[in-house]
Design a protein around this ligand. Sequence first.
Ligand SMILES: C[S@@+](CC[C@H](N)C(=O)[O-])C[C@H]1O[C@@H](n2cnc3c(N)ncnc32)[C@H](O)[C@@H]1O
Length: 521
Amino acid sequence: MSDDSTDQTSDNVQKAADNKFEIITKYIASGTLIVLSTIFYFGSDRSVGPMIICAVMAIVGSVLLVVGPAKWLINLIAGKVVITPMKVNKSPIPLKGIPKIRVKAPPPDLEKRRSYGASKSVPKTESRLVELPDYSAIPSTDPTVPTYVINEECEIVDWNNAFALAFDNSMEGHRGTPILEWVYRLDNWKEVIDHGEALFSMPSLPPYDCEDILYTSESFGLLRVKKHAYHIPTSTEGQYDGWIVVLDVEFADETNRLLYLERCFDLVQMDLLWSDYALSYDAVLTASDTYPKLLRLMIGEDKIDDFHLKPIAAGAKVLDLGAGTGNLTEMLAKPDDGRTIVAIENNRLMFDLMRRKLKRIGDKVLRSDTSGPGVVTVREHATKLEGLDADFFDVVIANNTLYLLEDPVGLLSECARVLKPGGEIRISGPKKDTNLNQLFGRIRADLTGKNQFKHLQQHYEKVKRINERRLAPNLYRWDVSDVTSLLKEAGFDEIGPTTTRAYAGQAMIVVARTSSNNVDA
Ligand SMILES: C[S@@+](CC[C@H](N)C(=O)[O-])C[C@H]1O[C@@H](n2cnc3c(N)ncnc32)[C@H](O)[C@@H]1O
């Protein structure tokens, strides 16, 4: 809430308190006068004098009693009073909006930089799309300090939100690639490669390394960075397992520093919100009938009246955007169906729950590349779908995710790029007239019907509360025609089918396809 509106609110509260005081005083005074006049009337000899006093007290008392309502009635007739219905505040804790994370375009001379790196004796490996969960635990005391982790092969395996933000999400799609891929994006990349070469030609690596880095950020201008890299020891004495790298950032411009901090707080809060959501939504929604029905609808295994989608074929290549705890991915990942699925999810807790769920299906379900059936889980912000090949997927699914994104058209354009010609995108999400009470009423009835409500009540209430208070600013963003426009802007030309009756009538589904004629000759 802005300062102005805070002032206005406290002003209004003060006025309301003053009014109340005035009304109470008037009623006490009028009541007292009327009672006194009555006592006087019955207690006196009813001669002219006392009767006059008595009449004056009764008149003044009555006037006081009716003057307020009469004034209000006159104002109402004169049109000075507007009767407003009681307002339900859907979002008492408004979010400022979805934090901005963008991918900066790689430097134009990237190939030149890569061949310079290749000629030096620093660790290099093939680029690959891989998640290495053993390393995903950055100990960050201050979440606004950019931090990343590299393994013993010098591959970047994890980073925090602050790193993604300050460095323009430059590692999106490059998890598990040599840290050199990041170095190529720095302003002083050559110096940093040479520093690495000197370091790796030492007889043994030092436990600590420090160097200066320069980077021009898309959103925050020039960053002067002191890089502190600490070796992570393994249990074997004297051996090192990887590095944790903490970046002490100095912003060339103070305004940019403040802007960075503000965005970073938003990102961290949003991330915590998803962690909190993850703890409850999975249990509540999977125990209901309403949510699994939505998932089945999305993969073509259910219908509402005459609305249904084509079942996703066995062997299909599917991208699940914002996969959450992996319920939709799990439905698609039946080993016999031989589908290749990439599930992108940024929140660590959601992501871990998804991986656990998928591991339960079978040992071989999780995989680290897309060359065969199984699921590749990718933990990062989906913005540019960096690292994913063009013309690869048959279907992209964004189940309850698109409405959360800051740059939906940017991501949809990327979806069009990674889809095969004629490939399909399926989007579900809330709509302008979504009624959360009806949706949650249905979910509650589902749970009550299965005798599950009581033990899930706290989780149910939390999920409802998060939707009402925290997600509300984004929930009522679009209807089918808005999503259709976004899809067209992103290059999808065939739209449909669509429905507004999914998820207890409170969600829409919009399907679109890329043109099947744009196959390169
Ligand atoms: C409402 S949940 C839906 C999860 C899942 N699709 C489902 O239907 O159960 C939205 C999910 O999108 C994820 N998310 C939001 N923005 C994202 C982004 N830019 N990149 C990747 N995941 C994102 C959140 O962390 C959250 O898990």
